[in-house]
Design a protein around this ligand. Structure first.
Ligand code: A2P
Length: 280
């Protein structure tokens, strides 16, 4: 496994297992499989309703807690200093741990500055080893990072070979923020696994499209958290550190970028209204 150093010196695995869209019923089995094939970073969220399954799998694995890097996220309904603080304790309880390795604000809505104060306190109190945000697009990210004391160590965004998030990288760099990619395999959408450039590069390395897509992210220094409910795919997706993409291949993949900022427009008032009315 290769690691990325966050701005506070915390080392984070470059590849992890994401449980977005893994049902609460399946979560424990999936995380147990992921841990047994070698994943040591697990990414969950309050809004995935599967933190308990993650906690149960970790407890049963027998793997020392300090060998696992656990990520969770504060949901919109828990925004604000008091509610976020309570939700952090609730996440700790559900995950069956006394610290979270990386805690993120899940969405850029509601009282995010209040949430951040609670997260900074949890960080100072040792309940959390690193703090960051998720789904903060460039302008929103800049505003937030400019005004907070502890700068976000991570921004987790929808990012993959067809949605490369190149535009936000220079802004992250101003604050020492590292990028984490959700949907690193395009969420299995049509057109991803059939992409010609990815297939040609995969064939020349004797690797799969998934492995090339994950290698491309990790080689850019972006943490990837592919999701799969199949053990053999989990294994395949972890096996990306035994080959290197050439500069020419990296440049070719840069040309297939289709939606730099991802497919969700987080600034669209209709989308914001939907999220706030449904979850806020
Ligand atoms: P499944 O869970 O049935 O294995 P993302 O990580 O971008 O959200 O993508 C997840 C999607 O990609 C899921 O539909 C998952 O299906 C599929 N997937 C994950 N790994 C692979 C792989 N190595 N080859 C093909 N499909 C994969």
């Amino acid at each position: 496994m290769e690691y990325l150093k966050l701005s506070n010196g915390v080392e984070m695995p470059l590849l992890g297992y994401g449980v977005f869209q893994v049902t609460p019923e399946e979560c424990e089995r999936c995380v147990s499989d992921a841990l047994s094939v070698g994943y040591r970073l697990i990414d969950t969220a309050q809004a995935y309703f599967n933190e308990e399954g993650v906690g149960a799998a970790i407890a049963k694995s027998g793997i020392p807690r300090d060998e696992i890097f656990l990520v969770t996220k504060v949901w919109i309904a828990n925004a604000g200093e008091e509610k976020a603080a309570q939700s952090i304790d609730e996440s700790l309880r559900k995950l069956g741990t006394d610290y979270i390795d990386l805690l993120l604000i899940h969405q850029a809505y509601g009282d995010v500055f209040g949430s951040w104060r609670a997260m900074e306190k949890a960080y100072r109190d040792g309940k959390v080893r690193a703090i960051g945000v998720s789904n903060f697009q460039a302008g929103r990210f800049f505003d937030f990072a400019h005004y907070v004391d502890v700068k976000p160590m991570v921004n987790q965004l929808q990012c993959n070979a067809l949605m490369q998030q190149q535009g936000i990288e220079p802004i992250h760099n101003q604050f020492g923020t590292k990028m984490m990619a959700w949907g690193p395999l395009g969420q299995g959408a049509e057109g991803f696994f059939s992409n010609e450039v990815l297939n040609a590069i995969a064939a020349s390395h004797g690797k799969s499209v998934a492995q090339v897509a994950l290698r491309w992210l990790t080689q850019r220094g972006i943490v990837a958290i592919p999701k799969s409910t199949h053990r053999e795919r989990m294994e395949q997706n972890l096996n990306v550190f035994d080959f290197t993409l050439t500069d020419e291949e990296m440049a070719r993949i840069a040309t297939i970028n289709q939606h730099d900022t991802g497919t969700i427009n987080f600034g669209d008032p209709q989308f914001v209204k939907y999220l706030i009315e449904t979850y806020g």
